[in-house]
Design a protein around this ligand. Sequence first.
Ligand code: NAD
Length: 473
Amino acid sequence: MTSEDRPRVVVLGAGPGGYAAAFQAADLGMDVTLVDDAPQPGGVCLYRGCIPSKALLHVASLIQETRASSEWGVSFGEPKLDLPKLRDWKQGVVDKLTRGLGQIARGRHVTYMQGRGYFEGPNRLRVRSDGEISEVEFDYAIVATGSLSAIPQVLRLDSPRVMDSEAALELEDVPETLLIVGGGYIGLELGTVYSALGSQVTVVEMTNGLLPGADRDLVEPLQRRLKREFRDIFLNTRVSALEEVEGAIRATFQGEGEPDNHDFSRVLIAVGRTPNTQRLGLENTQVRLDERGFIRVDGARRTDEPSIFAIGDVTGEPMLAHKATHEGRVAAEAIAGMPVASEPAGIPAVVFTDPEVAWCGLTEAQAIDRGIDVAVSRFPWAASGRATTMGTREGLTKLVIEPSTERVLGIGITGHGAGELMGEAVMAIEMGVRVSDLHLAVHAHPTLAETLMEAASLYFGHSPHYLGRQTRG
Ligand code: NAD
């Protein structure tokens, strides 16, 4: 390809979707410009989402483990927190990774432009940076602008005590009491962090269970644990108003939950995220949104404007970094003329709480909703040798099986390190594994991965370490 026929590609947004798309396009020989507000690629995930939260969750898990270890005959003193040092460490992790991405971009000859992009038409982007304006002409663009915290009107209060996830990750202090509105991914992960650091955490969730998208049996061990760790968990409850009072935020509750004290040192609002499509100039193109405000795309990530593709959170649920990365690759390959579509058999979801809750493929609840006849095999971690040696018997491994074909349609795991165990689950779902394959595959003993094999063996009625049988869903 000569430099004249190299397609000029602009990627707007440099999160895990955008940078993956840009790097793939560059590897395919295209002339790529990557545009983002931040000094380096990384997006919400690296700067103020997945990565800093996981750094803090690692610390939380260490604190929890030192507390648990007194039962194993090893006692540590109460942890002494050096918040500035903890913040520096977290920032160091972010800086290392984002700097690394900047180097990779340069190494791939991707032009990185720090600034805000605005579509002036289907082949032109205006980039504003520090008051300076540049015009970038392109053959193709990929919109990867992600999502923003959704803050309901009634909870909008201009006070540093009211935080979104980004502010909570700044770890300004460890509030004595923390009210978390929303019992989803962010609420429970950050609740875990603040609780381990010493805050009394109250979670308010409007539905009748935490993590509404996950199967109830997977959530149960986590909910039991959090009931012990947190001060209160109120289900079927909303916060209908917030007001600033002397040194606190006063919350009005609506529904089943009623706290002893309505005043909280800080409040975290984590009720979901909304696609970031505003002020991008999309109205100057044929790009269209669906009824929920996500950019409409086909399997190859093409929007209604032939020159513009879109990937990641801005195109719909699940809003997960790894989904965006996958779609980024597909979009770049589609631009290169390859016959591709993004059709993963399963996208893993991992909630990094303690225990972790993770699933991939069809959930049991989805099977019931869709009228699919499934069998369910559950292996409790109390019967796992490895889990017992680690003092983490709260958990289960669950297979959702189609009896007529014996194919495993979904896998759910709750327990220590469930997120890492999803690696095998993803492979199983993606390869269309049969339950007999998992049953016959020799897994190392003693490991937590054995629980996948044991759940499969249970389907055939003979797990060596557990007497029960599978139950029909
Ligand atoms: P979420 O959708 O996971 O949870 C929001 C929760 O708030 C839901 O349970 C919902 O029922 C509840 N809710 C909504 N309105 C409410 C109200 N007025 N009062 C009380 N409860 C209310 O959203 P999130 O936790 O904000 O996270 C946003 C997205 O970010 C997630 O969907 C996920 O895709 C992504 N994320 C992923 C990870 C991860 O992969 N580990 C971590 C954090 C965030």
